[in-house]
Design a protein around this ligand. Structure first.
Ligand code: NAP
Ligand code: F7E
Length: 371
């Protein structure tokens, strides 16, 4: 990609810079050395699964983490190895999406072939309470990452974690050609970031792809998103240590997929000959109420006896109906979802029941992670 000082050609998009064809792991002509990837948001749900995937493919994986007053690396336990050991291929680095200098320094130092930009303030309801911070971390964070790539002059490929929240009130099915109408500060910030990535592709020839991912869940989903909030509550209610679950709008529709399958397609997007934008979805929509029905039923419980609506969880403006059309991803990448809604609900309930059992039995002692 062109360094920040290179002149641009007005009105004439530069062709995307080509990297050598990307082969699996260590085989093929590319790379001559182990491929390096930088993952922002590595401590999050997707970042942790993606780091595992990239390690399995032979990459050296570098995760950007931010300073927190408590350990925030639990999801990385399966892949963490003490950096003092030899042959460690997963390393974490302190930086922050609000700190441009830290991003430039990190990218310049690492020279990664691929950057997966997943870091963001991701909670839609919370984005109404902290709109300015959300715009900064989720929107400007992407602008800073892109400028850091330019400033460092590193040749790399860039994945932008775009979201179905950008479609907002646009009617389903939503595809790559659907016009955005975001309904939250988070959605607005993601639209800004989406266009930043497109612009750096068109203006500077960066290999930048947007994955427009619909909701995807897993046992590692943040505890305040509706699916995980439900499955954790089901486990606690089944164990007799909680009685009520308070939720907001039970009637919105979401297209819920399984996170490990969604990180696989992020990687696929960066292995293409040309950068492009893809919708990733199951094509099926369900409501939080349906999620409750299945989840409670799987644990032998009646959801209506335990769930109550608390309007404080309602959003000032809701996204009513998201259901994606991912036929382009199927055609161009051969990607299709495998885990469907009932299986997703069951596997999340089972995982939270097991987690609670482990917690109650005192089996979850963690090793400190100081890097
Ligand atoms: P997540 O679990 O909430 O993780 C967000 C990550 O961003 C965490 O690692 C968090 O670090 C990090 N982060 C937040 N603010 C930061 C900052 N200022 N500097 C550095 N890092 C920061 O999110 P996710 O579900 O894995 O989603 C990954 C990406 O995909 C996000 O960009 C999200 O908006 C997007 N997306 C998600 C979905 C979905 O359904 N999951 C759908 C579409 C798009 P801490 O651990 O320290 O908080
Ligand atoms: O809400 C309703 C809520 O917070 C889903 C993020 O990953 O996906 C996620 O955003 C629905 C909404 O996810 C509660 O009103 C009811 O209609 O689990 P959620 P989200 O807002 O769809 C998109 C694609 C992203 O990109 C985001 O980063 O469930 N709902 N009761 C509730 N939601 C929550 N959180 N809590 C409730 O008690």
């Amino acid at each position: 990609m062109a360094p920040a000082t290179a002149p641009s050609v007005e009105g004439r998009p530069r062709p995307a810079r080509r990297l050598p064809p990307a082969g699996e792991g260590t085989g093929g002509s590319y790379p001559r050395r182990v491929r390096k990837a930088l993952v922002t948001g590595v401590t999050g749900q997707d970042g942790s699964y993606l780091a595992e995937l990239l390690l399995a493919k032979g990459y050296e994986v570098h995760g950007l983490i931010r300073r927190a007053s408590t350990f925030n690396t639990q999801r990385l336990d399966p892949i963490y190895r003490d950096p003092h050991e030899s042959g460690v291929r997963f390393l974490m680095h302190y930086a922050d999406l609000s700190d441009s200098g830290s991003l430039v320094n990190l990218i310049r130092e690492l020279q990664p072939e691929e950057i997966y930009h997943l870091g963001a303030q991701t909670h839609v309801k919370v984005s109404f309470e902290i709109p300015e911070y959300t715009a900064d971390a989720t929107g400007m964070g992407t602008a800073r990452m892109l400028e850091a790539i330019r400033a460092s002059g590193v040749e790399t490929r860039f994945y932008q974690a775009s979201s179905s929240e950008m479609f907002g009130s646009a009617p389903p099915p939503q595809s790559e050609s659907t016009a955005f109408h975001p309904r939250s500060p988070y959605g607005v910030a993601k639209v800004f970031a989406y266009w930043f990535a497109v612009n750096y592709r068109e203006a500077h020839g960066l290999f930048a792809s947007n994955g427009i991912l619909f909701n995807h869940e897993s046992p590692r989903r943040g505890e305040t998103f509706v699916t995980r909030k439900i499955t954790r509550a089901v486990a606690r209610i089944a164990a007799g240590i909680q009685d009520k679950l308070y939720l907001g709008n039970l009637h919105s529709k979401r297209d819920w997929g399984y996170a490990p399958e969604y990180v696989e397609v992020m990687w696929q997007m960066l292995q293409q000959d040309e950068p492009a934008d893809y919708v990733i979805a199951t094509g099926e929509a369900h409501t939080p109420q349906e999620f409750c029905e299945l989840a409670f039923d799987h644990a032998g419980l009646d959801w209506e006896r335990h769930v109550e609506v608390d309007e404080s969880y309602f959003r000032p403006s809701e996204v009513d109906y998201l259901c994606g059309d991912s036929s382009l991803a199927k055609k161009a990448l051969g990607w299709e979802p495998k885990v469907r809604f009932p299986e997703l609900v069951r596997l999340m309930v089972d995982a939270d029941v097991q987690l609670l059992e482990d917690e109650l039995a005192g089996r979850l002692v963690r090793q400190d992670r100081d890097h």
